[in-house]
Design a protein around this ligand. Structure first.
Ligand SMILES: [Fe+2]
Ligand SMILES: [Fe+2]
Length: 276
């Protein structure tokens, strides 16, 4: 397989017809027999891939070039997730605008050429597959919950169901209730993942204010969490369940890794990917 075919496979698994703005091929590979798949590539990882003779370094988080500069475009997907869950368009768009306010300046300031230029100097093919893996991961979490929840579930039932996924079983981090309570009714719930990064305060607020009782994030910043707790109460009726960053990222990555292996690519996971 070449790097284009690897990207095409990721898109197919995610049900997407174009490469999302936070993904891309920095340095193409023509014939990949051995691939190294990680989450947070740096130049050390590139050197490791070269020294160990891999044909490509596939990284989950955006590596540079367009995938870093254009990541904020993917944040728009939060609006789609919110609207699908019944949040009115105007409120969903307000939430996305607030997120963009925060993330656009950071993306604009990033040293986006660092890693791609290092990959070119070393001659180590490099690509980022971010949103397709997260899209796959969200669907899997969503389907797992749908299939496994009992009638009138409580928050703790949702955690028990998610913990059946091998990535959560293997992870050192546990799924935590950051706001609300395990004893609370789960109510109307929404998994927010696969939209660039977590939706922070604005997206959870839009959900909570429009009939959603439980939001699942894979991670959240402390400042955003503090604001949510101030508004909805640390142990109030609204629940924020945080499933764990690396465990949750591994869910979507592993689907792609398995499919690559089926196609004869020897994939080694490292840099955080929980190979299950
Ligand atoms: Fe991710
Ligand atoms: Fe991530």
């Amino acid at each position: 397989m070449d790097s284009k075919a690897i990207m095409a496979l990721a898109l197919k698994l995610a049900g997407q017809d174009e490469v999302p703005a936070d993904s891309g091929i920095d340095l193409p590979a023509s014939n990949v027999k051995r691939a190294l798949f990680g989450i947070d590539a740096d130049v050390g990882d590139l050197l490791l891939a070269k020294q160990l003779g891999y044909d490509i370094l596939i990284n989950h988080h955006p590596t540079g070039g367009g995938s870093q500069v254009n990541l904020p475009r993917v944040l728009r997907k939060h609006g789609i997730l919110l609207e699908r869950a019944g949040v009115p368009r105007a409120a969903a768009e307000r939430a996305v605008d607030a997120l963009l306010d925060e993330h656009e300046s950071a993306a604009h300031a990033r040293n986006y050429e660092k890693l791609p230029s290092e990959a070119r100097l070393l001659g180590v093919p490099l690509m980022a597959i971010h949103n397709p893996c997260d899209e796959i991961g969200r669907r899997l979490m969503d389907e797992t919950l749908r299939a496994g929840l009992p009638r009138d579930p409580r928050v703790r039932d949702a955690i028990r169901v998610l913990n059946k996924l091998p990535e959560f079983k293997k992870a050192l981090t546990k799924i935590v209730v950051r706001m609300g309570s395990e004893q609370n009714p789960l109510g109307k719930w929404l998994v927010i993942h696969g939209a660039g990064t977590n939706g922070g305060h604005p997206v959870a607020k839009a959900a909570f204010d429009h009939g959603i009782d439980t939001v699942f994030y894979i991670h959240i910043d402390a400042g955003h969490l503090r604001r949510l707790r101030e508004e909805y109460g640390r142990e109030g009726p609204k629940n924020l369940v945080v499933t764990g960053h690396i465990a949750s990222d591994s869910i979507g990555i592993n689907v792609l890794v398995r499919e690559l292996r089926k196609r004869g690519v020897a994939v080694d996971c490292f840099s955080g990917v929980l190979d299950v």
